[in-house]
Design a protein around this ligand. Sequence first.
Ligand code: SF4
Length: 348
Amino acid sequence: MSPEDQTGFVNRIIGEALNGNPPSDREVIGRLFEIPTFSVESMLLQAAARQLSEAACNGKAEVHAQTALNIGPCLRDCAFCAFAKSNGVFTEEKEFPMEYLIDTMQQFEADGANALFLMTTGMYPFEKYLEKAAEIHLHLKPETTFIANIGDFDLPQAKDLKDAGVDGVYHAVRLGEGEVTSIPVERRIKTFKAAQDAELSIGTCLEPVGPEHSTGELVEKLLITRDIEPAYSGSARRIPIPGTELAKPGIVSESRMAHILAVVRIVLPLSIKGNCTHEPNAVGAQAGANLFWAEVGANPRDTEEKTEEGRGMSVPDCRRVFSEAEWDYLEGPSAFYSHAGHLSEVPA
Ligand code: SF4
């Protein structure tokens, strides 16, 4: 194929996407993923993705913020995770005190985070999560968007989450799901269904991308994120946990991730407003990422117990990175996740 043919192909796809007709053909999407990073065509895609992202969120990027109830070895054993038991990073189960969790969440609110995430390791007891989430929720502002990032759950549990004050969930069918994790893809998809049936808003992502992932797998998992009609999708790279098997293939560069993020934005309809990436970086924001995460406490990508002393960035840090890519940011609750309000907030 001549370079002109490739440019013509990309221009046609961009034109169609800007007119509300994103590509859906697997081969076309695969071809977009395979475009070299430092090519004119990739730059065209990245510029178009930025334009689409700005249109989707009215030019307002968001920063969500996460903390975790616990830290410790997880028997689900996802090979990319610092908590996986076989990775041997964290050998003892530890819970963060309630006072620390409430202080952390209130600091996120004061810093202007648009949504607050409460995470646990994959096998944390659900009833205990509910209890603690409900207690933390009582200390949040009524307008705060409150998100659960936990293991798989069924419909009654999804309804319980809703009753505890949770507005939505983060959930993903990860790259290598069922191969480098012990969780079947079907189980992950059932959780999406349970969340949707309980009217919990879903955020997801094409993650964790490593250099070894095939175009076919990127396409397959991207189409799952499209088909569940989430509040946002996007793409994030795998952060190698030192000494683990999945550290061996290395890491995808931020520049390559910017191309992948751009393809994700081009393929997803504008009804999906957010295009996340992690960890926060200006190259990705330039190419259309409009959602970053701040993190305090346990972090599955960090070997530090308190990620704020390691890889984790604060809300002001994330906003600074957005500013470097000339993004404005949203003040107030997330426009990506819907916040329906809860019975406890309705005045008697
Ligand atoms: S990603 Fe979640 S389920 Fe998998 S090992 Fe880490 S904490 Fe457990």
